[in-house]
Design a protein around this ligand. Structure first.
Ligand code: ADP
Length: 159
């Protein structure tokens, strides 16, 4: 079975992430979305909430599983015997950083990285921008799936 890992913070998952996940799900038998637990980075949603949200909006694909992890992505891959990571590239500005990480991951563990060019519809889209817009009551429909939009509204109402 050909499996691939899509690692990231997903705080929260956006239509840009879903574009990459859904396209990967057509190329591989199984896509494992690995949600990074990063205690030093302040997140809006807990890792369990992020996992739950991705589960909800990817169940339609049928071959996507969502897991949380901390530590190195290559260790996550090694433990599950998955040799490939998929990363989305939004713009040239993503490339320098992504290339360095990909080369390091290959050096560390022989894990390959496949880059997928973002659908230009989403090349300006990031979780942090979505949070900023939602925080000030802006409209994020079209940027995130409907259930995520509702979660964002609720979260900012609470604060
Ligand atoms: P990280 O914190 O590791 O950058 P993200 O959650 O921001 O994690 O992103 C996870 C993956 O999704 C990365 O491969 C990233 O390049 C990709 N990605 C993020 N935003 C978009 C987007 N708008 N379109 C396509 N891919 C994206």
């Amino acid at each position: 079975m050909r499996r691939v890992v899509c690692p990231g913070s997903y705080d929260p998952v956006t239509n840009g992430h879903l574009d990459i996940i859904s396209r990967a799900s057509r190329l591989y038998d199984e896509v494992v979305v690995a949600v990074l637990i990063n205690i030093s980075k302040k997140s809006l949603f807990t890792v369990d909430e992020r996992v739950e949200m991705i589960d909800e909006v990817t169940k339609q694909y049928g071959n996507v599983v969502v897991e949380k992890f901390h530590g190195l992505t290559v260790d996550f891959c090694r433990e599950r015997d998955i040799p490939v990571i998929v990363r989305g590239l939004r713009a040239v500005s993503d490339f320098d950083y992504e290339l360095q990480i990909a080369q390091m991951n290959h050096q560390l563990a022989g894990v390959e990285t496949m880059f997928m060019a973002t659908n230009p519809l989403y090349s300006f889209l990031s979780s942090s921008l979505v949070k900023e817009i939602a925080q000030y009551g802006g409209d994020v429909s079209g940027l995130v799936p409907e259930p995520i939009q509702q979660r964002l509204i609720r979260r900012f109402e609470q604060s």
